[in-house]
Design a protein around this ligand. Structure first.
Ligand code: C2E
Ligand code: CA
Ligand code: CA
Length: 699
């Protein structure tokens, strides 16, 4: 009991109106904010049916039905009738609470303040109408000859109909302007006025008449079709005159006011920057499309600008805003008339396309990319923007809007990972990606259980003396049915599912086996470099265990080198630097692999105990195609030397590469031009045959 009292207390102090209804719509509770909102006293409200307080019964009915059907809370706009007859525009959210046997509806009502300012305006004009209505009744009573003339000069429609037949008995000239038919047309066809009412509003109008209290006047708003088929909003103040058996009314055109209140709706549902519908509007649009689709498919595209944050951060928000405006303009240009385009948030846009043919959508995305190719110019500075698009289809991919967006988001992220200006279909491509992943995963598992993994070794050649320095260990998965699975593919799968840890152990074991075989054959030092993934590096005891393992096998640490990519290091720089320090202290050398492809700051990396910089092969392979690459290679090499690191170039495929690199102080060379990665037995054979590079005096 005590709890209940406190709860009501709290509810009473909420700024929002709160009411509780039973399943018939009878008010069980109304808080103070609500009573204030509609001008009635709480004690009078309890026990009333909510329907008597509503300006539009149908909307509320529909809302309650939806809540009952779907069980979730629903938001909708509702017009309540104020005690003074005015309309109070609100947004309400209805929640259903089901006890053992009782159903209760909890309704939260928020006053749309701006709209109510507008209503004040309406109220004022209504007062005027009321005044005129009084005048009218005086005139009617006096049955003055001047009556017709005076009524004819009023802008509002003045009329009366029979309470039983609803037949129009009288109407003034103003009807012509508002309905577009002349007065005689209405008088000769006494049902015409009803036919012009918008079909969706007819029931509302009829109920209004049926519930009109004799002797009182009330207001109703509804839509009609003008003779030119234009939709108009009318407001009628109607008086039931029981003695005369007449409904007497004054009707005025409020289309303009309605437009104004539509402007307020605009603010709630549109993005003021781009003028596109916002996320709330998108939600409504999706709901209504799905509700009325009858299963007709449509496509949802989620478009995200690439690197927009950079522009915002470096050029300022004003420039960012201008670009967003231009983006929305280009989107509107690209879409078809009935397609829907919303700004979803920040730099994300959503398009709903009627045409749900995946191939057509593909063409659409390509066209969009074309539209984006022209630079975006703000303050005479040109920006080139790319985007990533995720695509989902209703109903194939999801039945509800939220899920469609979620899936589009997933697909969009995949698009991002593929590079710039990419689009990805959720369903098919995700399915394919998942299918591929599972397939590769099963091959990796086969590899681990049946010991299929085999290390190959690619020689690393000292560029000054052209002698073997060491090897890079590169893993192969020769599968009995699938052939050689490319390492790039299986490594990334194994990194995702964690199998990389077992693979890493296998690699270390085989690398050590190789070192053990080679050690007696060679008096000069050499090393085997193994590739280490981020997952391995970030294992808490990675360095300790590696050092212990070498110790256990009595292999000096100088025989092992590890290769790490910039991104593996940057993933968690604290952990990485601690591990590296420990490895370094233990005597293991460290190479930074694929250098130049990451985004990390070199100054940062320079503080780590790195021995060698491996210039990524993409620079070497295109040394003579891309001029800048020759400068970059030279600069990277100089920089590394200044910092006391040695430099390795991988991907030395041709004699030309080789010639260029040996004259640029690159210390170590690796590539097909020198030797491909080979199995252990092949390497041993080359050594025995004293093949070039393997024939140093040390061997
Ligand atoms: P990576 O570490 O950058 O290895 C160098 C890759 O370049 C190897 O590809 C090698 O075969 C290839 N390569 C060598 N010389 C040339 C050349 O002249 N031209 C061209 N076009 N390519 C050359 P591979 O063996 O396919 O390995 C691909 C990637 O897979 C490696 O790139 C590495 O990231 C990963 N990987 C391979 N083995 C292991 C491993 O044992 N553990 C881990 N974590 N990753 C590995
Ligand atoms: Ca490597
Ligand atoms: Ca590499």
């Amino acid at each position: 009991m005590k709890n209940e009292a406190t709860l009501y207390d709290v509810l009473n102090h909420l700024p929002d109106g709160v009411i509780m209804l039973d399943e018939r719509g009878v008010l069980l509770f109304a808080n103070e904010a609500f009573t204030e909102l509609i001008g009635h006293e709480s004690s009078l409200l309890v026990g009333l049916n909510i329907l008597s307080l509503l300006a539009n019964v149908d909307v509320f009915h529909a809302c309650i039905q939806q809540v009952t059907r779907e069980g979730r809370s629903i938001d909708a706009e509702t017009d309540f009738l104020h005690r003074d007859g005015s309309i109070v525009r609100t947004v309400k959210s209805v929640r259903m609470i089901r006890n053992d046997q009782d159903v209760r509806f909890f309704v939260n009502i928020r006053n749309l303040t701006e709209t109510n300012l507008l209503n004040k305006e309406l109220r004022r004009s209504k007062e005027l109408i009321e005044y005129q209505a009084q005048e009218l009744s005086t005139l009617l009573n006096s049955k003055n000859q001047e009556l017709e003339e005076i009524l004819g000069s009023i802008d509002e429609i003045i009329w009366y109909i029979d309470t039983k037949s609803f037949a129009l008995r009288y109407v003034n000239n103003a009807v012509e302007m508002i309905f577009g038919f002349n007065r005689d047309a209405f008088l000769s066809d006494s049902d015409l006025w009803q036919q012009r009412i918008h079909p969706d509003d007819r029931a509302l109008v009829r109920t209004f008449f049926e519930t009109l209290v004799p002797g009182l006047s009330q207001e109703i708003r509804f839509r009609i079709h003008h003779s030119n088929q234009e939709l108009r909003w009318l407001s009628s103040r109607i008086h039931h005159h029981p003695k005369l058996n007449l409904y007497i009314g004054i009707t005025r055109d409020i289309t303009e006011h309605k437009t104004q209140s539509d402007e307020i709706t605009f603010l709630a549902y549109y993005d003021p920057l781009t003028m596109l519908p916002n996320r709330a509007k998108l939600k409504l649009q999706l709901e209504s499309r799905i509700e009325h689709s009858a299963g007709t498919p449509f496509a949802l595209l989620l478009l995200d600008l690439d690197n927009f944050k950079n522009i915002n951060d470096t050029m300022g928000h004003e420039v960012g805003d201008q670009i967003l405006i231009e983006v929305s303009r280009r989107l509107l240009l690209a879409k078809e008339e009935h397609d829907f385009c919303a700004r979803f948030g920040g730099d994300e846009f959503v398009l709903l396309l009627q045409n749900a043919d995946p191939i057509e959508i593909g063409h659409f995305c390509t066209r969009l990319t074309e539209h984006f190719k022209n630079p975006f110019t703000v303050n005479d500075i040109s920006f080139y923007l790319s985007h990533s698009i995720g695509i989902t289809f209703y109903p194939q991919d999801a039945f509800i809007g939220e899920d469609l967006i979620k899936h589009a988001d997933t697909a969009m992220y995949e698009a991002k990972s593929k590079g710039r200006n990419q689009f990805v279909y959720y369903h098919t491509s995700m399915q394919r990606a998942i299918h591929n992943f599972l397939h590769i995963e099963s091959l990796v598992r086969d590899g681990l259980t049946h010991h299929l993994f085999e290390l190959y070794f690619q020689p690393l050649i000292n560029s000054k003396v052209l002698e073997l320095e060491g090897f890079e260990a590169l893993l192969r998965l020769p599968h009995p049915t699938e052939g050689f699975v490319p390492p790039d593919t299986f490594i990334s799968v194994a990194e995702t599912n964690g199998d990389i840890l077992s693979i890493g152990d296998e690699v270390l074991k085989q690398a050590c086996d190789f070192i053990e075989i080679l050690r007696p054959l060679r008096s000069k030092p050499f090393f085997v470099a193994i590739n280490i993934s981020a997952k391995q590096l970030h294992q808490e005891h990675f360095s300790r265990e590696l050092l212990d393992y070498l110790h256990q096998r009595s292999i000096p640490t100088s025989f092992l080198k590890i290769e790490l990519t910039e991104s593996a290091v940057m993933e968690n720089i604290e952990i990485a630097s601690a591990q590296l320090a420990q490895l370094k202290a233990g005597g293991i050398r460290i190479a930074l692999d694929d250098f130049g492809t990451g985004y990390s700051s070199f100054a940062y990396l320079a503080q780590l105990p790195i021995d060698t910089l491996k210039i990524d092969k993409s620079f070497i392979l295109t040394l003579f195609e891309i001029d800048s690459h020759r400068h970059i290679v030279e600069a990277m090499s100089n920089l590394a030397h200044v910092l006391g690191m040695s430099v390795t170039a991988e991907g030395v495929e041709t004699l030309k590469h080789f010639d260029f690199l040996i004259h640029r102080q690159v210390d170590t060379l690796q590539g097909y031009h020198l030797c491909r990665p080979l199995p252990k037995t092949e390497i041993l054979r080359l050594i025995k045959a004293e093949a070039p590079y393997f024939t140093s005096s040390g061997l």
